[in-house]
Design a binder for this molecule. Structure first.
Ligand code: URA
Length: 214
C-alpha cells in the first residue's frame, strides 16, 4: 500500500472512531489533509468550530493566518504539506483537550506520522508540542521556551527535525507574538532549504564537521 492509500485507510477508520466521548458532540471528524508524500507535517491541537463544520483542519481564522504565513514565508502551497491535529474531533466550546482524549486519539496521529515519515514536523502550540516531544523521547518544558528551537532526532533511518512554534490562534490573540511566529517560520524555512547547521554537541561532531568541510 502506498502512503496515499494508507492515509485513506486511516481516514476511513477515524471516520468511525468512538474511542472517546468527543464523537458524540462533533459535527464532522477532522482527520487531516494534504500531501501524504510531503516531507513536512504541521500538527495543531484540535478542530475548532469552522473545522468541525467543514471536516477540514485549519480553515477558520487561525487557519487562514497559518495558511498565509506558510505561503508568505515558506513560499510553499498549503496543499503540498500535510496538516493535522492531535485531536480529530472538536472539544465542546474549544476547551483544552483532556489528557484522556489525547491518549485515546493519539493512535491516529501516530499512524499518520508513521505513514508519512516526515523529515520536518512543525508543532503548533503547547498541546501538540508536548505530545510530539514525548513521542520522540524529548523533554518538554514550556512552549515559550521551546518555540523556534530545532530538535533533531534519528528516526526511520534519517534525521528528523521537530520545530515547535506558537499556535496561530494564540498569535491572533496576542498581536505582539506575530514577530516571534514569523521568526519561527524563517527557522522552519532554513531547515526546509537545508541551510540549518547543526549545533555541535560532542567532540565527534567537530571531527565529522571538519571532515565535511575539507
Ligand atoms: N486550531 C487547531 O489547533 N486546529 C485546527 O484545525 C483549527 C484551529
Amino acid at each position: 500500500m502506498d502512503k496515499g492509500e494508507e492515509i485513506e485507510k486511516i481516514n476511513r477508520e477515524i471516520n468511525q472512531c468512538k474511542r472517546c466521548p468527543l464523537y458524540q458532540s462533533k459535527i464532522n471528524y477532522v482527520p487531516g489533509e494534504g500531501d501524504p508524500s510531503s516531507e513536512i507535517m504541521f500538527i495543531g491541537e484540535a478542530p475548532g468550530r469552522e473545522e468541525d463544520k467543514q471536516g477540514r483542519p485549519f480553515v477558520g481564522n487561525a487557519g487562514k493566518y497559518l495558511t498565509e504565513t506558510i505561503e508568505k514565508i515558506l513560499e510553499i502551497k498549503r496543499e503540498d504539506i500535510f496538516i493535522t491535529n492531535v485531536l480529530k474531533c472538536r472539544p465542546p466550546n474549544n476547551r483544552d483537550p483532556k489528557e484522556e482524549e489525547i491518549e485515546a486519539c493519539s493512535i491516529w496521529l501516530i499512524r499518520q506520522i508513521e505513514t508519512i515519515k516526515p523529515r520536518i514536523i512543525v508543532t503548533l502550540g503547547r498541546h501538540s508540542s508536548k505530545f510530539i516531544f514525548s513521542y520522540f523521547g524529548l523533554e518538554f518544558t514550556n512552549i515559550m521556551n521551546e518555540r523556534g528551537k530545532i530538535r533533531k532526532v534519528r528516526k526511520w533511518d534519517k534525521d528528523v527535525y521537530i520545530i515547535p512554534t506558537l499556535h496561530p490562534a494564540a498569535v491572533l490573540y496576542h498581536q505582539n507574538w506575530r514577530e516571534l511566529f514569523e521568526k519561527d517560520f524563517n527557522t522552519i524555512r532554513s531547515v526546509i532549504e537545508g541551510k540549518y547547521k547543526n549545533k555541535r554537541t560532542s567532540i565527534l561532531d567537530y571531527f565529522n564537521e571538519d571532515k565535511e568541510s575539507n
